[in-house]
Write a protein that binds this ligand. Structure first.
Ligand SMILES: C[S@@+](CC[C@H](N)C(=O)[O-])C[C@H]1O[C@@H](n2cnc3c(N)ncnc32)[C@H](O)[C@@H]1O
Length: 499
């Protein structure tokens, strides 16, 4: 069987939750074609979910192979790797043995830890390693481990508690270095080279820009390989009730990414959408510069970075064939004004993919924002550390579930999650109101976009089909509204496509 068929077989097993067989099929596909994007994504999704009572040598070997491949999804693999490390953690802790643990070194340098139990172990290990370094008794293996812990600290942007008594070389595991890294210097240089659409004028946009200048979101390190996709054909298949699209004007599919952040999503689009030429727009030069540096590192050149406010898009004098705007409009003072500005630069029939916060899914965050205001915590590293300390110590029981959020684990992620200067939260009714009068037509929600389990119906879709069997397009927002009234937790947030 060839690699593609093995990868497809893996997807079928995965969809049927036959994970051992899926793992075999993906591994065999990768043995034939090591850069096979679909099999890589499938295998990483299994490694992400793998849980065992004790360390599993085969899983560890597969995780090490994933960490050796810059096209693997190290964020996904990190969840499973953290679990393997926790179940294998020596008792009593043995820094010398841990210093020889290949998985630990790879994990620390390539994945951001998101496991609370592992964080406790790592903090104790950091103290022990610092002691050895300070006393001059550290072996070279322990020094390498100190370097890996410093790299983890860099990734979480020094969110772990500081210990001011630690100085010298060991300090790199505790607090930001005095000197900028070469990559940061490069970003400062690149920031000045990014053209501007217009000066930022809107008050909220200015406050949001200041926040992301200080904490570009997210700090990312690698780009998972994705199979090439003809995005318009794929959306046409997913939403057969969509209207026709007009052919691109020139040789490229012009793609607009408003609120591009640090470029992870836009670069993934540039690397995988067939024929795409991407324009990445953002309020934050520091974020765009991060993306521009990563684009150069990854050799991706079909992307241009543009500094400016979504509100000024109509002054650009260009039109786009496709747009994706995820996690952005809810940070504007008037999301509808932002949506109108984006739709004004879309060509007839273009698809627009949107992602918005959900009111129900952010219930705990709303409580966190209240506690932060009451406690007067600042949105800098001190405030973020203190917030985390109280959550992890159980002082705010209502906030305990925040540790389950992907965004609890680095400074820029946590600031974005709980300390944002501006956020709106949506319900289906508010999504409907947002689209009203914009000329955009709602095509449908995306529950499993980008996931290996695309073929599995999300529970919400299954429910809709049972309740409204005659409405086959799943695109009637008043019916979704009705379902949400009955089941307020139906949506984890709103990812949807309109035209
Ligand atoms: C939470 S981040 C999301 C980044 C990226 N879309 C992602 O999903 O990773 C929000 C980004 O939207 C940008 N943004 C917010 N309001 C904007 C506006 N009015 N114009 C341009 N960018 C904006 C911010 O600067 C920030 O980089």
């Amino acid at each position: 069987m060839d690699a593609q068929r093995l990868s497809d077989l893996g997807d079928q097993f995965f969809a049927a939750f036959r994970l051992d067989e899926a793992l075999d099929a993906y591994s065999r596909a990768l043995a034939l074609v090591p850069r096979h994007a679909g099999a890589r994504a499938g295998l990483d999704a299994i490694l992400e979910r793998a849980r065992t009572d004790r360390p599993n040598p085969r899983l560890i070997e597969l995780m090490l192979a994933a960490y050796a491949d810059p096209g693997a999804n190290w964020d996904a693999v990190g969840w499973g790797a953290a679990h393997q490390l926790v179940v294998g953690w020596p008792n009593p802790p043995d820094p010398e043995r841990l210093a020889r643990d290949e998985l630990l070194r790879a994990f620390l340098t390539k994945s951001l830890n998101r496991n609370p139990a592992l964080e406790r172990h790592l903090l104790a290990l950091r103290t022990a390693v610092a002691r050895s370094l300070v006393s001059g008794s550290a072996t070279s293996e322990l020094e390498t481990l100190a370097g890996a812990l410093a790299e983890q600290a860099w990734q979480n942007e020094y969110l772990w508690p500081d210990d001011p008594s630690v100085t010298g070389l060991a300090a790199a595991m505790f607090r930001p270095p005095n000197d900028a890294r070469p990559a940061q210097l490069e970003e400062q240089r690149l920031a000045a080279s990014i053209p501007s659409l217009a000066p930022i004028a809107d008050g909220v946009s200015k406050a949001v820009a200041a926040m992301y200048e200080a904490n570009p979101y997210p700090r990312w390190t690698h780009l998972p390989r994705r199979p090439p996709v003809d995005v318009r054909a794929a959306l046409g298949r997913d939403f057969p009730h969509a209207g026709p699209v007009s052919p691109p004007d020139g040789p490229h599919l012009e793609v607009l990414m408003p609120g591009a952040g640090t470029g992870q999503h836009p670069l993934s689009v540039a690397a995988s959408y067939v024929g795409a030429r991407v324009t990445a727009l953002d309020l934050s030069r520091a974020s765009l510069a991060y993306g521009k540096r990563m684009a150069a590192d990854l050799g991706i050149d079909n992307i241009a970075f543009l500094h400016g406010d979504i509100l000024d898009l109509p002054t650009l004098g260009r039109r786009f064939d496709h747009a994706e705007c995820v996690g952005v409009l809810h940070h504007m003072s008037d999301p509808k004004a932002g949506l109108l500005a984006i739709s004004a630069v879309l060509r007839w029939g273009a698809f627009l993919r949107l992602g918005l916060y959900g009111e129900a899914a952010r219930r705990t965050v709303v409580k966190a924002r209240r506690e932060i205001a009451l406690a007067g915590l600042s949105a800098d590293l001190n405030g973020l550390r203190e917030f985390r300390r109280r959550v992890l110590a159980g002082e705010w029981r209502a906030l305990a579930s925040l540790v389950e959020s992907e965004d609890f684990w680095s400074a820029s992620l946590l600031r974005d999650l709980c300390f944002h200067v501006q956020e709106h939260r949506f319900t289906v009714a508010r999504v409907r109101a947002l689209l009203e009068g914009t000329g955009l037509r709602f095509l449908g929600f995306e529950f499993n976009a980008g996931s290996v389990q695309r073929s599995v119906d999300a529970p919400a879709i299954a429910l809709y089909r049972i309740r409204f069997p005659a409405e086959r397009t799943l695109s009637d927002l008043s019916r979704w509204e009705q379902l949400e009234r009955e089941r307020p937790d139906l949506f984890p947030g709103y990812a949807f496509v309109c035209q």
